[in-house]
Structure formats: C-alpha cells, structure tokens
Design a binder for this molecule. Structure first.
Ligand SMILES: *Cc1c(COP(=O)(O)O)cnc(C)c1O
Length: 421
C-alpha cells in the first residue's frame, strides 16, 4: 500500500499543527506510523490522499451513523447554503431539532444546543453545580466526557494511549472537585456518597462506555446510580454524546429504561457537523441564562448548517427505525466467533475487540489488554483496507452504509491475522 502522499503531508502538518493533528486520537502515536490523510469519504469507505480505499469503522469517531455523504444530509446542507450559514439570531430549525430530540429522549424536556460534546458536558456540570449549590462531581475511570478541565481525570482512550494520567494545565484544585471511581461498581458510589453526600452535585456517566473501548453496564448498575443519586439529592447525568441516537433512537436511556436528570448529546445529532446539546428536567434547565442565573453562551450555537444536517439525520432515523435492526445484525456478524483469548464487547453498533481473555467490565480489566498485539492487528487490518481506531481503548462503529460484503471482508482480514504464525 502506497503512503507517500500521507507521509509528505504529515511532514508538513507537524511544522504548523502540534503533532500534525487537530485531535490526539487521530495520531498513530500508540501504534507508530503515519496517519492517513483523507481525501474523501463515500458510504462505508474512506479514500486517502494516495488513493487507498478503506472500510471505515471509525466513522468520524461516532457521528456517521448513516455513513459518509448520506444523500438526505447532503441535500439539507445544500438548502442551507442558499439562505446563509450563520445569523446569530434564533431560527425555526433550532426549535424543530429541540422538539425532535425531546420526542426521542423524553427526559430531555428542554434542550440547549452548543458546538461540541465537550461544551455540552462542561455546561451540564456547571448547571448541576448551579442547581444543587454543591461542588463535587463523581465520574468513572475510563469514561471520557470531553476535554473539560475537571473531567480530565482518569479519562480513558486518548490520554491512556498517550500515557498521560493527569493533564498538565489543569489546576489541582479543579481536579480535586472530581471523584473518580471504578465503573460498574455501585458499592464504591454508595461509599462516596456516605462520605461526601451533601457536597456531591452530580454523577456523570457514559451509560454504555465507549471511551475505554466498549464496556456495557452490568445488570442493575445504572438503576443503582439512579437510586443513590436521587436519595442524596444529587443529579444523574447521562453522557450520551456517543450513545445518543446510536444505540437506539432514544439512546441508552431508552434501552435501559432509566430517566436521568440531565443528558448530553453530540456526534450523531450533528450528522457529521460540529454540534452538542444538553438538556433534561425543565425545572433544572430553567436555571440556564437568560431564564436563570447559570451563564452559558455560544456565537455559533444552533448553527444552521449543523442543525440542518442533524435534523436531516434524525428525521431519516425516525422514518427508518429498521436501520437499528440492520446495524445490530451486521455488528453481530462482525463480532461473531472471536478467537480464543480475546474478548469482544458489543452494544448495538458499538464494539471493541479486546486483546485479553477478559471479561472487560471496567478500566482495570480493560487495561490488561495486550496493546502491542493490538498495534500489530491495527496495522495488518489497515494494510488489508480496514480502518479501525489506532487505539485498543476505543469503540468501533458500524454504520448503515456497511454492506454484508464489507463485514465478510473485514472478518476474513481479521481471521487471516489470527492464522499468522
Ligand atoms: C466524544 C465524546 C465527548 C466529547 O465530544 P467532542 O465533540 O469531541 O467535544 C464527550 N463525551 C463522550 C461520551 C464522547 O464520546
């Protein structure tokens, strides 16, 4: 496989962009080598600048549930270009998107749009603190909630891959406002509340974790978080930036039947454009400025391009609920019959092949994975035209554009790796 042009571009990029990339997860740091510079995408495929074609399981890290350049999304974008790309004033489309989100995710009685998942979680935390008058936040090891200062504690994938434990630049006092506990263990949450209950504003959790690799909740775990937070007057925040509209139209909270106080969204709701959203109980959202005292703003929030792409995506999903069955079927095929010594975790169209005998239920068990072997697997698959995340600690994503043949080819490429001497 020829990579001359990617190599030349990477050389150039490193001179003007830190590490040559605009987000660390795009670097092949953990596995070595040159990241592929992408020329275009179409359906399930990525084409790089050297003309190599890949079956894409990164899907822009989650947003591309319908694959690259879905016609309905592209048409919606074309329409917006005829009227203007930003007004800094309210538009009807923003109401439509908020109404559709509320319809799909009933716990989100009111919704505020922002520009990224990071902004959504940051704003949800500020709101939780403003509403409860408390300062402490509980998060879970291996969960990533964006690069928010006081959430960059034991934050999974990107930092784990680079072996960064505590980010330089985050004041110790910020990190001290965060209690990081192991995922999938309700007892330690109970203990933390016994010790600090009246100071804890919120528990924030990825209901199905994607950011230490895919790790679903054990039976009863999310129910326990709901019960404990309610008992102590703390808010339960589901960070569904990755799982929202991916696991089901109503997200993980629909599947597990839990009603969080606040929810954050991103990724899929922008149809591939930058967006985020937070929402939840109307009495809590009433505290957000201008209706309340918790300040949060954004020059490009509710941007017409992002809102229209997202709206087109969600309307398509609403009209085609069978998409979720197809995603589930194809993902099941992809994850069937893992070789001995390997653990495959899957929730709907999110999956991770962990190079460990498992089970993988939290960060302690995830990090037992053989990352050197994963690196060899990653490069092998890349050479066979299959684009996976360069880190072991990421979820892969199947999209509606993946064909049965894509899946078969991927499984064959993986089998060939495991048959190597
Ligand atoms: C991706 C992600 C974020 C951050 O979203 P950005 O748009 O990258 O800022 C937050 N939470 C979860 C669960 C995510 O997967």
């Amino acid at each position: 496989m020829k990579t001359d042009r990617s190599e030349a571009l990477f050389e150039r990029a490193r001179k003007v962009i830190p590490g040559g990339v605009n987000s660390p997860v795009r670097a092949f740091r953990g596995v070595g080598g040159t990241p592929r510079f992408i020329r275009c995408g179409e359906g399930s495929r990525l084409i790089d600048e050297d003309g190599n074609s890949y079956i894409d399981y990164v899907g822009s890290w989650g947003p591309l549930l319908l694959g690259h350049r879905h016609p309905q999304v592209i048409d919606a974008l074309r329409e917006v270009l005829e009227v203007g790309t930003s007004f800094g004033a309210p538009t009807e489309r923003e109401i439509e998107l908020a109404e559709l989100i509320r319809q799909a995710v009933p716990s989100m009685e009111m919704v505020r749009l922002v520009n990224s998942g990071t902004e959504a979680t940051m704003s949800a935390l500020r709101l939780a603190r403003g509403y409860t008058g408390r300062e402490l936040i509980i998060k879970f090891e291996g969960c990533y909630h964006g690069h928010v200062d006081n959430l960059l504690v034991k934050a999974g994938s990107g930092m784990a891959t680079l072996a960064i434990s505590d980010t330089v630049g985050v004041p110790a006092s910020f990190a001290a406002a965060t209690i990081a506990l192991p995922f999938n263990n309700a007892d330690v949450v109970e203990q933390a509340f016994r010790a600090h209950g009246s100071d804890i504003a919120a528990v924030i959790v990825e209901p199905v974790v994607g950011n230490m690799g895919c790790v679903p909740p054990l039976p009863g775990y999310l129910e326990a978080l709901r019960e404990i937070t309610a008992r102590h007057g703390a808010l339960l925040i589901f960070d569904e930036v990755m799982t929202g509209f991916r696991l089901a139209f109503g997200g993980a909270q629909q599947i597990y039947g839990i009603r969080p106080d606040l929810t954050t969204l991103g990724k899929v709701i922008g149809g591939g454009l930058p967006i985020g959203a937070y929402g939840g109980r109307a009495d809590i959202l009433a505290k957000v400025a201008p209706s309340g005292p918790v300040y949060q703003a954004g020059t490009l929030s509710g941007n017409p391009l992002a809102v229209s792409a997202g709206l087109a995506m969600l309307l398509y999903l609403q009209a085609h609920p069978e998409v979720y069955n197809q995603l589930d079927r194809r993902s099941a095929e992809l994850c069937a019959d893992p070789p001995a010594g390997m653990t495959v975790n899957r929730a709907g169209s999110m999956f991770t092949f962990f190079f460990t005998a498992g089970p993988v239920v939290d960060w302690e068990t995830a990090k037992k994975a053989d990352t050197a072997r994963y690196a060899r697997f990653f490069h092998w698959m890349l050479e066979q035209g299959v684009y996976l995340a360069p880190s072991q600690f990421e979820a892969g994503f199947v999209s509606a554009a993946h064909t049965g043949e894509d899946i078969t080819r991927t499984v064959e490429a993986a089998r060939a790796f495991f048959a190597l001497p």
